[in-house]
Design a protein around this ligand. Structure first.
Ligand code: C2E
Ligand code: MG
Ligand code: MG
Ligand code: MG
Length: 274
């Protein structure tokens, strides 16, 4: 009995863990075929100006419609795509598809695309962005690329150079999930972002938490004094919206204003002010 308990603590023999590992292998193999089988789709979540409320564009969020498991969240398969290297072709597909769809929208609307830090590890990212814009005819200023601070963690100089080349084309660069992770303020010094996206974890605690409100205020003030605009992510309630307006947050994104939807279901109410 003691021997069995002892063995159970060794992870190599844990049947559940083994199952998880095997599951990742199967999912990884499925992922390799998913592009060819046309199982990825982009959903678009609206982004609104806080005051007055006005649609300014959408963030593209990738979805995997798995034949037997249903919709799989990007939080599950993006890390897998990064490990296997598939992120390079998946990322190119996302960029091309988002630019293609956005080119059909009213021209005042922008599209934001998430980039994985892995995509910076291979040459040709600037060329890829450029060719997506050329092929689709989307004006560069209508494209925003969202990165996380991990892009500036290693290879800082090389990646800052890539980001500057992208900005030189006219593309906007946003820093996603700001305030969590390492979040050293020196990232803001190393690159002139166009936008800071305040992480949902702060927004969720507003307005009840005075600490969260103070952090949001600090990020907004800092961003503005550096010439950046701020977006609040994950806004779900009117109370949160009111608090964010009070802190002069520029843009609002969250379930309160809209969930991510397939392109065909979007209604572009560009002049709606309320
Ligand atoms: P993210 O870029 O920070 O995207 C915001 C996430 O918050 C999305 O989750 C969105 O659906 C969710 N969200 C938006 N509003 C609310 C809200 O009011 N409440 C709550 N609870 N959640 C909200 P999603 O679509 O599952 O994506 C998760 C992450 O996966 C993204 O976080 C992004 O880091 C990554 N991701 C998504 N699409 C892509 C892609 O095309 N390429 C890459 N590299 N990463 C992607
Ligand atoms: Mg994002
Ligand atoms: Mg985010
Ligand atoms: Mg996030």
């Amino acid at each position: 009995e003691a021997k069995r308990a002892g063995r159970g603590t060794l992870c190599f023999f844990d049947p559940d863990l083994d199952q998880v590992t095997r599951d990742r292998h199967v999912l990884g193999a499925d992922l390799r075929d998913a592009l060819a089988l046309d199982q990825f789709e982009l959903h678009y979540q609206p982004v609104y100006a806080a005051v007055p409320r006005q649609l300014i564009g959408y963030e593209a969020l990738v979805r995997w419609r798995h034949p037997t498991r249903g919709m799989i969240s990007p939080a599950q398969f993006i890390p897998l795509a990064e490990e296997t290297g598939l992120i390079h072709i998946l990322g190119a597909w996302v960029l091309q598809t988002a630019c293609h769809e956005a080119a059909t929208w009213p021209e005042e609307l922008q599209v934001a695309v998430n980039l994985s830090p892995t995509q910076f590890k291979r040459d040709g990212l600037v060329k890829l962005v450029q060719s997506c814009l050329e092929r689709t005819g989307l004006h560069p200023t209508r494209l925003e690329l969202e990165i996380t601070e991990s892009v500036l963690l290693d290879e800082t100089l090389a990646n800052v150079s890539i980001l500057k080349q992208l900005q030189a084309i006219g593309v906007k660069i946003a820093l996603d999930d700001f305030g969590v992770g390492y979040s050293s303020l020196s990232y803001l010094r190393s690159f002139p972002f166009d936008k800071l996206k305040i992480d949902r974890s702060f927004v969720t605690e507003m307005p009840a938490s005075r600490e969260a409100a103070a952090i949001v205020r600090a990020i907004t003030t800092l961003g503005h004094s550096l010439g950046m605009i701020t977006t609040a992510e994950g806004v779900e309630t009117q109370d949160q919206l009111d608090a964010l307006r009070k802190e002069h947050c520029d843009l609002i994104q969250g379930y309160l204003y809209g969930r991510p939807l397939p392109a065909a279901q979007l209604v572009h109410k560009v002049n709606k002010v309320s």
